[in-house]
Design a protein. Structure first.
Length: 315
């Protein structure tokens, strides 16, 4: 068994090294391009996440467990919740939502279930339902670690920027060393006052005591302290395996897409949101909202196209 594990690790390391070298080569190609059109011809990519054996075995065990008739409602609610999380991690979100709703019907006082359903409502642009779900989460657990952030993001997508700022600023104040809290607060403020937002982004970056978290590279990108080519080169060279590469590229492409989207470069934003989805990192916030961003982008594009008057019929 040990020999098999070592052999598998060796093959995995070899594959990861090849992926890193390929990505580095692609980044070098990107850095040498001169025109925006050619800059995105070969972006670095990771091998997409695939269902693991452990996930599939766990799903089969839960399905067997649900066939039993001796489980009380509280246990059943927990089992449905666990299966919902598994379905969610595999990208099977409709099945996950069914499980979460079933869990909630058996045990209505579950803040975690309300929270994830609120995220689903946000993904589907059902913002009023999302607000209610997050409100329910916070009523049941005022210290829930994610509900306030998620409600702030829902309010941001719903265009209620003042309320979004209140939630995301309160969330940021709880941990000023979290780069993702800084980024989402900046995205909200950018919609209100771009100049002031950029100044506050710099101030919050300087106020952080620790910049070791990789997410600060995203903040540096937004501050123009690092170029896009160098940013991608860093991901390719410093990601120790394919999992890390996939996760970092998911984040990188999403926030790059947001940047191009804000600047009305719709074609680049469209491609970047698609790249965000390409690695199948289903549980990341960035993957969750990439489809929502695509839908918003397509709506903006259609509204920006001039209406062509219908041709008059000949007499």
């Amino acid at each position: 068994m040990l020999e098999i594990d070592v052999s598998h690790s060796g093959r995995t390391a070899l594959i990861a090294n090849r992926i890193k070298l390929a990505c580095l080569a692609l980044v070098l190609v990107l850095s040498g391009c001169s025109s925006p059109q050619s800059e995105w011809t070969q972006p670095p990519m990771a091998v997409p996440f695939q269902p693991t054996i452990q996930q599939q075995i766990q799903l089969a065990r839960i399905d067997q467990l649900l066939k039993r008739d001796d489980l009380d409602n509280q246990t059943l609610a927990q089992v449905y919740y666990e299966r919902g999380l598994l379905h969610d991690s595999l990208g099977l979100r409709d099945l996950a939502r069914l499980d979460f709703n079933q869990s909630l019907s058996l045990k209505p006082d579950q803040p975690d279930v309300f929270n994830i359903l609120g995220v689903y409502f946000t993904q589907g642009a059902h913002f009023d339902a999302a607000y209610e779900a997050f409100d329910s989460t916070l009523e049941l657990n005022v210290r829930h670690p994610f509900a306030q952030r998620n409600r702030g993001i829902a309010l941001y997508y719903g265009g209620r920027y003042a309320l979004a700022f209140e939630d995301l600023n309160a969330h940021y104040q709880q941990n000023i060393n979290d780069p993702y809290r800084v980024i989402w607060l900046y995205l909200v403020e950018q919609e209100q006052d771009p100049v002031t937002a950029a100044e506050k982004l710099r101030n919050r970056y300087d106020a952080a005591d620790d910049h070791q978290d990789w997410g600060w590279e995203l903040v540096r990108l937004y501050l123009d302290d690092v170029s896009e080519s160098e940013f991608l080169r860093q991901i390719a060279t410093e990601s120790e395996d394919n999992d890390v590469l996939a996760e970092r590229l998911t984040e990188a492409y999403f926030y790059l897409g947001k940047r191009y989207h804000y600047n009305k470069d719709f074609s680049s934003a469209l491609m970047l949101y698609k790249l965000t989805l390409s690695a199948n990192v289903y549980e990341f916030v960035e993957h969750r909202f990439a489809l929502l961003e695509l839908n918003r982008l397509m709506t903006e594009v259609s509204l920006s196209q001039p209406m062509t008057p219908p041709e008059e019929e000949g007499v």
